[in-house]
Design a protein around this ligand. Sequence first.
Ligand code: PBG
Length: 351
Amino acid sequence: MALFEIQNHKPKIINQKSSIVNRPRRLRATPALRAMIRETELNARDFIYPLFVRHGEHGEGRSEIRSMPGVYQLSVEESVREAEAAMKSGVNAVILFGIPAEKDPVGLENFDHNGIVQQAIRAIKKEIPEMVVVTDVCLCEYTDHGHCGILNTGEHIHLPEGYVLNDETLDVLAKVAVSHAECGADIVAPSGMMDGMVAAIRDALDENGFENTPILSYAVKYASSFYGPFREAAEGAPKFGDRKSHQMDPANVREALREAALDVDEGADMLMVKPALAYLDVIRVVKDAFPELPMAAYNVSGEYSMIKAAAQNGWIDEAKVTLETLTSIKRAGADVIITYHALDAAKWLAG
Ligand code: PBG
């Protein structure tokens, strides 16, 4: 019934003691009834679990990220252990972020055959071939300036110094994606919000024989303050300025449809909205506009840390709040959720 009809609905009272004919509570009476009419069901298979991989010295296989309790920077070996733990709890996808040994203006390790992410892809695919390995394709963790692309150092006189150059960056993103595919990545996920990035990566993958490697595009990514803890985790905070010249303004939703439509045209296989919680309306709008494409949402670092901090203070019930949060993201329209809660949530779902 449309809302307007409900509002104009006059209950018909025919030989009835009570005027309350409709009692939605009838279907909430028992756990079995509630389960029967539940509309949204979370599943461990919905999750993609982020892993931060770094070059490990002996004896320091993992170190906890201060602002993200329970999340670690991992050596290659430890990333395999963590992926195995994920698989065991029913989570069969991971997304890899790399912390390189050295940074430079271009981020050369990003497309080095022996780069940290390249090593981790090979190791995980060797030990757990059935694991879906997704890779984040961006420059910010690899560049010494911490920006998501090649910067204008003065050669483009009509652009500000330090401006992230779009087309020069596309060449690097394409190289990174091909390099990840060569190591066995199952899905590449460009996150830099460069114009034309999906097309550039699709072309490069196809030219190199990877026409079957899907692209999960961070199509709708906002310039959000919820990424704070991630920038500590991945050591990728910009050394100056911000990302507002390429990431979206949090105030916009119509623009999300434009971004998504462009990526669909360029050949994206899956779309993403990021962050998730402050953008549930955006997830819904994009899902309704492109129902035929699988939709991912990124439950980002700041969203994770807020729950963790409140739980550590004893202010909220971590398990219940986490599952309620993840359910809201799925209810909004996400088919897949990238979340640091993946392992815990899978365990809580299993009972
Ligand atoms: C870019 C990237 C970022 C995140 C994922 N990929 C950082 C940024 O755009 O500033 C943030 C994820 C999170 O906060 O959990 N490589």
